[in-house]
Design a protein around this ligand. Structure first.
Ligand SMILES: [Zn+2]
Length: 432
């Protein structure tokens, strides 16, 4: 059975849901060798005589369904096809255990190379949207969120930073094992592990925020993240309480093309700490509300993640004494006006789902709504949206419904020309 998301038709298997991933990983940095064991608890959606997990570039050596040794499996370049010894009934819970390993590497995709990536001295994970199978076997669907436990063992001198609330860190025989758990449901693309010669510190002004940086970059990281507590306070007042169990910010010694968020975690390159890059920090932090807590179940709704994250950048700009939200909106509207108007952001298509126009027009959509309903009602909408969809999946139509409920059908209609048609509507004027 296919995955069901038309943007990534080769990913995932819609015939079962995952309740939890329990991953035990052992990573040797020097040789880039990953040994893993995944215990996946799942529930059949349909009667199953066979099913598949996504796994790319790593070899499965042992597979058991419900502990049964007569489990058959066959591995192709992208899929691990599993035939349990006996069929599984619809609604039945079952477990899958996969022992696997190899030299993890990013996979090529139409969005570039994604997944597990070796650094100069360590590794990172940047999976969005389909990179997760480069480091663990999974049902790689955006709507298949699951609880997660990650145990990562790595070499002495290195620190592993997995997604989740840290549970333990134990050193033995020259290696260190870090365990982290997510009780909130995590999408496969939002699971991550970063490995490097990192030292942990905390932001004094907001000790919820843990920072992992190479000692040589510790001072730069402290400066770069100095205003994160203010961002946190701004976003908590604009969107609602910080929704994640953890907030860890990692700085790699390498320069990275773009920073990237994961569940309760974000990774930045050494090049992202400069003052002019603050907007990127605000962007990634805001994804903890939009994308990671309020999740999307299908990729076509990506504007909900990226539009809000861009709008959050504008809020931070205004708060920190930069351009106001209105100035940002005018500037980006002018830029979009000069670009082709051939994109419908409520369904941009897989090739353009990460196009910058989705991001900026998404933010302009929210700005148009705020202009139409006023700042107070807009704040009510955003708070309701975040609270009602906390750690669950929501769609563009859910957003329209939320707007209609809080501010009326007329307010929801404001969204239509921005979301559902390609021509760029005129720049709205703020309501007085
Ligand atoms: Zn983003």
């Amino acid at each position: 059975m296919g995955g069901g998301d038309p943007y990534v038709p080769e990913s995932g298997d819609a015939s079962f849901d995952v309740d939890g991933y329990d991953l035990t990983l052992d990573y040797t940095v020097r040789t880039n060798r990953l040994e893993g064991r995944a215990v996946i608890t799942a529930t059949a959606v349909a009667a199953l005589s066979a099913f598949s997990l996504d796994l790319v570039g790593l070899r499965a050596t042992r597979v058991r369904v419900d502990g049964e040794r007569r489990t058959a499996f066959r591995q192709g370049p992208r899929k691990l096809r599993i035939t349990p010894a006996r069929p599984i009934a619809a609604g039945e819970a079952f477990s899958i255990e996969v022992t696997y390993g190899g030299a993890p590497a990013p996979r090529r995709s139409r969005w570039g190379t994604i997944g597990w990536e070796e650094l100069e001295d360590g590794a990172l994970v940047a999976s969005q949207p389909t990179g997760a199978p480069t480091w663990f076997p999974c049902n790689d669907r955006p709507d298949a969120r699951a609880q997660m436990r990650l145990s990562v063992t790595t070499d002495a001198g290195y620190t592993a930073v997995p997604t989740g609330r840290p549970v333990s860190s134990v050193a033995a025989r020259g290696r260190t094992t870090v365990v982290a758990e997510s009780r909130v449901p995590v999408a496969t693309y939002l699971a991550a592990v970063h490995v490097g010669r990192y030292r942990e510190s905390w932001l004094a002004a907001d000790p919820r925020v843990r920072v992992f940086a190479p000692p040589a970059l510790a001072a730069d990281a402290a400066r770069g993240f100095a205003r994160v507590p203010e961002m946190m306070a701004l976003f908590e007042s604009a969107f609602g309480p910080y929704p994640q169990e953890d907030c860890a910010l990692v700085v790699t010694p390498d320069e990275l093309e773009i920073p990237l968020e994961a569940q309760g975690l974000a990774v930045f390159g050494a090049n992202h700490l400069a003052f002019e890059q603050q907007r990127l920090i605000a962007h990634e932090l805001s994804h903890q509300w939009f994308g990671n807590s309020v999740g999307i179940g299908r990729w076509q709704d990506i504007w909900l993640n990226e539009g809000f994250a861009c709008f959050a950048e504008w809020l931070w700009s205004e708060r920190s004494g930069g351009h106001t939200v209105a100035q940002k909106a005018a500037r980006h509207h002018a830029r979009l006006h000069a670009l082709p108007h051939d994109l419908v952001i409520a369904d941009p298509g897989p090739d353009l789902m990460f196009d910058d126009r989705v991001y900026k027009r998404g933010a302009l959509t929210l700005y148009a709504l705020r202009c139409a309903v006023g700042a107070d009602t807009f704040a009510q909408i955003v708070h309701a949206w975040v609270a009602e969809n906390r750690h669950s999946l929501a769609s563009t139509d859910d957003f329209r419904a939320c707007v209609a409920r809080v501010a009326g059908e007329g307010a929801a209609a404001v969204l239509t020309p921005w979301l559902d048609a390609a021509p760029l509507p005129p720049l709205p004027a703020p309501r007085r």
